[in-house]
Design a protein around this ligand. Structure first.
Ligand SMILES: *Cc1c(COP(=O)(O)O)cnc(C)c1O
Length: 368
């Protein structure tokens, strides 16, 4: 046990990412036998009362954390956010003539937009391409379609490190948001969203489950010609048990939510904690006399993924190598952008960020 703990690094991976230590410890404690069950969560039927209790608990905790109104419901689906990119247009563009408005702020929203043409019309409401995906749009820059079936955005661009602080106003058009990399990182007003989806492996658990919060009204729009498995309403009718759900992943999401509630004190507290961590890293960039350059525009930089670089690839590589030697791993920027990326999700402790900024300052001094 001690060896395991002392050998743990500060893991800045963008995802799958670091999990809270108490969550890992509870998984370990309960691995051979869930309390009162005598078998592992990996071994029990998804229809058993024990697993149904786990699923219900995870769902309740998501409702409590987000103060979710009754107009919405929680679904657990598989296929990652990649499948959501397809299910959204499939379910909501019931005619080829219908339009989806897409706000393009980086790689992930572009990927989402790329699936739309199969099912209907794509309207690019804004594209940050010209500015190298460094910022999010202002309201008056958006070219919205008044009768769009939905408007999609990615609240946090994991690769470019750009995050929406405020949601655009889309009027009556439902807002559909990929929150894969900033789910549960701050309070959220669920009533403003038609659909929220997040693959769990960044901030909400492990790979294998996608957490959705969907407005119940939207379920009525789902096209009944769809294959059952790809129809949101079928998953809703079956309470996320249309088929065998990813039981272990749902269990871990429940534990992450419990940790957020009981140890971190909820989403308002976690926001403060995340802002403090992000401030430390951005200060280290801003106070480096240009040794480090941040990618995102100051007003829109992400609290979750801090993307920056030094003057050249060689220095970046040296930074990454020496950081890893000092116990800070997976700081390499995404292959499409290069440089350095520090993903500092909910589970990254302040100590991890403090050692990173100390390292950044020492490295700049030696190499500047
Ligand atoms: C990681 C990520 C995804 C990818 O999700 P998959 O589960 O791999 O399909 C999608 N969107 C965003 C914003 C992400 O950060």
């Amino acid at each position: 046990m001690t060896t395991t703990l002392t050998s743990r690094v500060f893991n800045f991976s963008a995802g799958p990412a670091m999990l809270p230590l108490p969550v890992l410890q509870q998984v370990q404690d309960e691995m051979l036998s869930l309390p009162g069950v005598g078998a592992s969560v990996l071994e029990i039927s998804h229809r058993s009362k024990d697993f149904i209790a786990i699923l219900e608990d995870a769902k309740q905790r998501i409702k409590q954390l987000t103060e979710m109104p009754d107009t919405h419901e929680v679904l657990f689906l598989q296929g990652g956010s990649a499948l959501q990119n397809v299910m959204m247009p499939m379910n909501f563009l019931t005619e080829k003539s219908q339009t989806a408005d897409m706000i393009l702020t980086g790689s992930w929203s572009k990927k989402t937009a790329a699936e739309v043409f199969r099912f209907g019309k794509l309207n690019v409401a804004w594209d940050g391409k010209e500015t190298g995906y460094r910022r999010v749009p202002q309201q008056d820059e958006l070219k919205l379609t008044p009768d769009a079936a939905y408007c999609h955005l990615t609240s946090n661009e994991t690769i470019h490190g750009v995050q929406f602080r405020e949601l655009p106003d889309t009027g009556d058009v439902p807002l559909v948001v990929d929150k894969s990399s900033d789910m549960f990182s701050a309070p959220i007003d669920v009533s403003k969203y038609g659909l929220i989806y997040a693959c769990a492996q960044k901030n909400a658990g492990i790979a294998g489950v996608n957490v959705l919060i969907i407005q119940k009204d939207l379920l009525e729009r789902c096209d009944d010609r769809l294959p059952s498995y790809l129809d949101y309403s079928k998953h809703s009718e079956n309470d996320s048990m249309f088929n065998t759900p990813p039981t272990f992943a749902i269990y871990v999401t429940g534990l992450v939510c419990k940790w957020l509630q009981e140890e971190m004190g909820g989403l308002e507290k976690i926001r403060g904690f995340n802002e403090e961590k992000a401030r430390l890293v951005y200060d280290a960039i801003d106070n480096s006399q240009g040794f480090y350059k941040g990618h995102a525009a100051v007003a829109d930089r992400s609290t979750m993924n801090v993307v920056f670089m030094t003057a050249d690839d060689e220095t970046d590589a040296r930074f990454l190598k020496q950081a890893a030697e000092a116990g800070m791993t997976t700081l390499k920027g995404h292959r499409s952008l290069g440089g350095i990326r520090a993903s500092i999700y909910n589970a990254m402790p302040i100590q991890g960020v403090e050692s990173l900024v100390q390292f950044m300052s020492d490295f700049a001094e030696k190499n500047g």
